[in-house]
Design a protein. Structure first.
Length: 210
């Protein structure tokens, strides 16, 4: 058994909850669901469509802006971006465009245009997405390949802050959430790829590709 985030062998069973097994990595501190319990494609899509992710929904736009406000301070005028895992209501892309940036969309279910994965980007946003990654190590390798040098990757996900509250944590209870990250996890992800890592606020991570 190895960690799906960092590939470390320092993995042990963390908890069994509702007959589901969760693992813990002692290297990067990620927690993740055993692969035998992963949701299938239909369950995933049905769950995502339940989300009220409307492009013109003001509270949703304000929520996503928690990532883009600190990220935008890092960008240059003509930077070209990608919203990776944009879902069925790509509100963040709409916000980004209002700031004058060009942005592509990619989502394996709703915008499965793999042509955009041939491009290179000055910035990539990934909001409420990485907790769904079945193979985070592979996905972060892909994201690295899509980034130009001196570029930014902005992440939004709910940080795991308390192991004791994991069982009752609302984020764990979403059947499509299979991996959970602590602040230390992001430092490991960055170190493995020679990125720098900034955490401007809880649940927000900015990676810089040197």
């Amino acid at each position: 058994m190895e960690c799906i985030v960092c590939k470390s062998k320092l993995v042990e069973v963390f908890a069994i909850i509702d007959e589901k097994k969760y693992w813990k990595c002692k290297n990067c501190y990620a927690k993740f669901l055993d692969k035998s319990h992963y949701p299938d494609h239909n369950i995933e899509k049905k769950r995502y469509l339940e989300h009220n992710n409307q492009i013109d929904d003001v509270p949703y736009r304000n929520f996503l802006s928690k990532l883009f406000i600190p990220l935008e301070k890092k960008l240059l005028k003509n930077d070209y971006g990608l919203e990776f895992g944009c879902g069925h209501g790509p509100a963040l892309a709409d916000i980004i465009k209002t700031f004058g940036y060009k942005v592509d969309l990619y989502d394996p279910i709703f915008f499965p245009n793999k042509e955009v994965l041939k491009n290179k980007y000055n910035f990539i946003t990934c909001t409420e997405t990485i907790e769904h990654f079945f193979d985070p190590y592979k996905e972060f390798k892909l994201l690295d390949s899509l980034l130009l040098q001196n570029s930014w990757l902005g992440i939004m996900t709910c940080f795991l802050t308390s192991e004791s509250q994991f069982k009752e944590w609302y984020y764990r209870k979403d059947p499509t959430h299979v991996v959970f990250y602590a602040e230390e996890t992001f430092k490991t992800i960055a170190n493995q790829r020679n990125w720098t890592c900034e955490i401007p606020s809880k649940d927000i991570v900015l990676f810089y590709k040197n």
